[in-house]
Design a protein around this ligand. Structure first.
Ligand SMILES: [Zn+2]
Length: 64
């Protein structure tokens, strides 16, 4: 798992101030997904849960 690659994706997000109640959306391609890969990151004590569709998860997980 390439965490830096994931953080680069996270940095492209626009943070909203209000909570949202919705289906999962892939962190990378923004596709709506019913089942998501849940990835937990921990950087500097800051924990973050993000979701990926199958396709993007394979990319992120890739052995490169
Ligand atoms: Zn995706």
């Amino acid at each position: 798992m390439n965490e830096n690659k994931i953080f680069k994706i996270v940095k492209t997000w626009k943070i909203k101030k209000t909570p949202e109640y919705r289906e999962f959306r892939c962190a990378k391609c923004q596709r709506k997904i019913r089942k998501a890969w849940h990835v937990w990151l921990n950087k500097g004590g800051f924990k973050l849960e993000i979701h990926f569709c199958n396709k993007c998860f394979k990319e992120v997980k890739g052995k490169k």
